[in-house]
Design a binder for this molecule. Structure first.
Ligand SMILES: Cc1ncc(C[n+]2csc(CCOP(=O)(O)OP(=O)(O)O)c2C)c(N)n1
Ligand SMILES: [Mg+2]
Length: 467
């Protein structure tokens, strides 16, 4: 069972082998792209007395291996491409971390005058307010809409190409007139979906350190480059079209954009935000810069599976108890592991859960509306219970809880929840009406009547089999 979802799964058959196997499993888990391992220790094995002189220690008490670093030739080539670029940008992802990473990435960005964007999966390490903080990489797709050119060099560091970075559409990672450098600890990520000009197998940390000593000439310091960089940085501040939409779609039915914005603005800066849910996930991601988080993670991943946010926030709260962890959910995704509120309360974890409650599986409903229109208006399968008292469940499990259906009440509610000193839950009522533009984009590729388009994954057209 475990084999397909682990990097190593093994049943121990001999008690003396345990130290060696633990060492091996641990090294496997942390090498290359890190991932889970499983050692199954049957009770009869655990109860057998070991023969002490036969214990296999393996490398259990030896230092861990050095991590992969770039070939010097690759660093030279990267430096060359960088110094020729007029519109370079960096995109960081989940792999963009490590003890010295943030500090050195900032130095590298400054030395090369390169703006840094982050993939939807993992927030930026560049400080808020820094002149090279680009914000969400998805915003690069807006450049053509303001008559600006796309980047001519993208350095993708520890981020996967794929649907979270615009798939093969070219909207975020251009398909032409842009050199792509892809740095990943897992070579199989490189070139998977895009024509990569320079692939580098290395940890992000080693790569930026090596680049720093490569003495790159700063990016062409022409005034046109400076202007472009300024524009790229300001993409995150472009006015959002939802800003002009009403803050309430009906009485006590706040627009999710305005509700989440107000919520984010009520948070302490430097929180860790984990994002789950459908429509709420898209709004939460788009608004992230308003929360000024230290880190943000979309927990639904490349297959978009709901429910993981509970585990992500639990992990984050244990890993960094000094920060507030914000666990963003829809009423759908919240249902997957709602009982984790009990864990949060018993361990008194600093987690604030938000249920953006539109009483539907909103993204599913939106998709059905877009595809079927009023042909099948019932949408029974997309309904959730509008009466569900998530705040009662949370209070019953020992959390502080509140329900809010007015934007003006959000700041106070958040303040009270945070003051309580307990894990909190905010049942935030929102309207199901506005469909996030990202949901529309997933569905609206027009390729002719005889085709259908598979949503999510690159909008791949498929023959339409219905006659
Ligand atoms: C495990 C899993 N089941 C089903 C889906 C399909 N799906 C994607 S978004 C969505 C609706 C999510 O509803 P909710 O969490 O309430 O967020 P909303 O869209 O309403 O804001 C569903 C069912 C999925 N991504 N993952
Ligand atoms: Mg919902």
């Amino acid at each position: 069972m475990a084999k397909p979802v682990t990097k190593f799964a093994h049943r121990v058959t001999n008690v003396e082998e345990i130290p060696r196997l633990v060492a091996h499993a641990w090294r496997t888990a942390i090498s290359g792209a890190p991932g889970p391992v499983l050692l199954d220790c049957p009770i009869d094995v655990l109860f057998s007395p070991p023969q002490m002189d036969r214990i296999a220690w393996g490398s259990i008490n030896r230092p861990l291996s050095y991590a992969p670093a770039a070939d010097p030739a690759a660093i030279k080539e990267a430096a060359q491409l960088w110094s020729q670029a007029k519109r370079p940008a960096i995109i960081t992802g989940t792999g963009a971390r490590g003890d010295t990473f943030a500090e050195n990435l900032l130095k590298l960005a400054e030395a090369t005058n390169t703006p840094v964007f982050y993939s939807p999966k993992y927030g930026s390490v560049i400080p808020h307010g820094h002149k090279l903080r680009g914000g969400p990489a998805v915003r690069l797709a807006l450049l053509p809409t303001i008559n600006e050119q796309p980047p001519d060099l993208l350095v993708i560091i520890g981020a996967r190409t794929g649907f979270l970075l615009g798939g093969r559409s070219g909207a975020i990672l251009p398909n032409s007139n842009c050199k792509l450098i892809h740095v990943d600890v897992d070579g199989s990520e490189i070139g998977k979906s895009h024509a990569i000009d320079l692939g580098i197998i290395s940890t992000s940390e080693n790569f930026v350190t090596q680049m720093l000593s490569a003495a790159i000439k700063p990016t062409s310091s022409s005034s046109s480059s400076d202007e472009w960089i300024k524009t790229a940085i300001s993409l995150k501040d472009l006015k959002d079209p939802a800003e002009d939409q009403p803050s309430e779609m009906a009485p006590n039915q706040p627009h999710p954009y305005h509700a989440i914005k107000a919520f984010y603005q009520s948070l302490p800066q430097g929180s860790i935000i984990t994002i789950d849910g459908g429509e709420v996930g898209s709004w939460s991601l788009q608004l992230l810069e308003h929360a000024k988080p230290s880190l943000a993670m979309v927990s639904t991943g490349y297959l978009g599976f709901l429910g993981n946010g509970w585990g992500y926030s639990l992990g984050a709260a244990i890993a960094d108890p000094s920060r507030l962890v914000v666990n963003m959910h829809g009423d759908g995704s919240a249902g997957f592991h709602l009982a984790e509120l009990d864990t949060f309360a018993r361990f008194n974890l600093k987690i604030l859960t938000v249920i953006s409650n539109n009483s539907v599986w909103g993204m599913s409903l939106a998709g059905q509306d877009l595809i079927y229109g009023d042909k099948t208006p019932q949408r029974q399968a997309s309904k959730l219970n509008p009466e569900a008292e998530y705040e009662t469940v949370a209070a019953g499990l020992g959390c502080a809880a509140a329900k809010v259906n007015k934007i003006a009440d959000i700041p106070d509610a958040v303040e009270q929840l945070l003051k309580s000193g307990k894990p909190g839950l905010l049942n935030l009522i929102v309207s199901s009406r506005p469909i996030h533009p990202g949901t529309k984009a997933m569905l609206n590729t027009e390729v002719g009547k005889e085709w259908i388009v598979v949503p999510y994954y690159d909008n791949v057209p498929r023959p339409y089999y219905k006659t």
